[in-house]
Design a protein around this ligand. Structure first.
Ligand SMILES: Cc1ncc(COP(=O)(O)O)c(C=O)c1O
Length: 327
């Protein structure tokens, strides 16, 4: 992701709203040295016809964040509902009316040298204007990285741990410098795991296949949404099983999913054409349904969306926050 923060943007840090330019951490902060933070990524989409901003599955994202923080023994005391309310308040205070990426981050904040973790935690939420992460209109050329996906027995891939993203950064850097658009990781068993920042799906013989959550992948919320859309809207059988590298080459379709990328079709892998080399019909269809669902155009999936501006009375959420404050 590349999104530069305006120093005047209001963010939430250390229990209060403040300009981004004032939200600073010290040079000795534990997480800076040892990667001991856990982050999240949440999307909000601006829908021009309804003049509404829809936050996508924020309660699920915050529930996952809190669970993942538990893996590193980081305590975020607020509930997912309260975190959602803070997020909406940030968008309103900043008057944001465009596509956004929300970055919650919690980290070990003690300012001292020494890797052992203690109980000093800090957390922040930042909502940034953010367009497309990958330009996948014509399909991507993905490359399998020589870096393997981290094992759960070393650093859990499911936890969105800051330090673990060195693995993604190395893979991304490697394949981009070799001319590919995005990296695909194999795990230590040689099975396909996921992209550097996204999950992967393959279409073979009319079925949708994706690696199981025990193959060292992030348990993607977009992955979950796509599995539901594929099953309910396209009547597809969705199978979670390990995928071999060579299966990618002979697949009918491939695509990536994630909060930042949405649904991103792949048309070539390692210089091999996938299918007929054009974006496949299932990827195209899922991309369209996902777009409509995330902009509030499909009633059945309004359950995933929290509108930011609709019916909001100024100060309303803040009053509720004070009442329910647990921090
Ligand atoms: C390594 C990795 N895999 C998969 C995903 C996709 O997960 P989600 O759909 O929850 O954004 C992400 C992005 O969050 C990621 O960083």
């Amino acid at each position: 992701m590349k999104a530069d923060g305006d120093p005047n943007l209001i963010v939430y840090f250390d229990g209060r709203y403040m300009p981004l330019g004032e939200a600073k951490v010290g040079i000795l902060t534990h997480a800076l040295h040892y990667g001991t933070g856990v982050f999240e990524g949440i999307r909000a989409h601006w829908d021009e016809p309804s003049q509404e901003l829809f936050v996508l599955r924020p309660v699920e994202h915050y529930a996952r964040w809190k669970q993942n923080c538990g893996i590193l023994r980081i305590d975020v005391p607020a509930t997912p509902e309260r975190l959602t309310a803070i997020t909406l308040e940030l968008m309103r205070r900043n008057g944001l009316r465009t596509n956004l990426y929300v970055r919650p981050i919690a980290f070990k904040s003690a300012e001292r040298v020494g890797v052992a973790i203690d109980d000093q935690d800090s957390w922040a939420i930042i909502a940034l204007p953010f367009g497309d992460y990958l330009h996948a209109e014509n399909g991507l050329h993905a490359g399998v990285s020589s870096w393997r996906r981290i094992e759960d027995s070393a650093i859990p891939a499911r936890a969105k741990i800051c330090g673990a993203y060195v693995n993604s950064a190395l893979a991304s850097d490697e394949v981009r410098r070799s001319g590919f658009d995005e990296a695909i990781f194999l795990n230590q068993n040689g099975h396909v795991a996921e992209g550097a920042t996204c999950n992967i799906f393959m279409v073979r013989k009319g079925k949708l296949v994706t690696p199981p959550v025990t193959d060292n992948v992030l348990e993607g919320i977009t992955r979950d949404s796509i599995m539901e859309l594929a099953h309910r809207e396209l009547g597809l059988q969705v199978i979670e099983r390990s995928i071999d590298r060579s299966e990618l080459y002979i697949s009918d379709e491939l695509f990536l999913t994630g909060t930042a990328v949405g649904v991103a079709p792949i048309v070539r892998v390692d210089h091999r054409q996938i299918g007929d080399g054009a974006i496949g019909p299932i990827a195209r269809h899922l991309n369209q349904i996902y777009f409509d669902a995330t902009r509030g155009h499909l009633q059945a999936y309004r359950k995933w969306l929290v509108p930011v501006y609709c019916g909001h009375q100024p100060g309303q959420e803040e009053a509720k926050l004070v009442e329910t404050s647990v921090a």
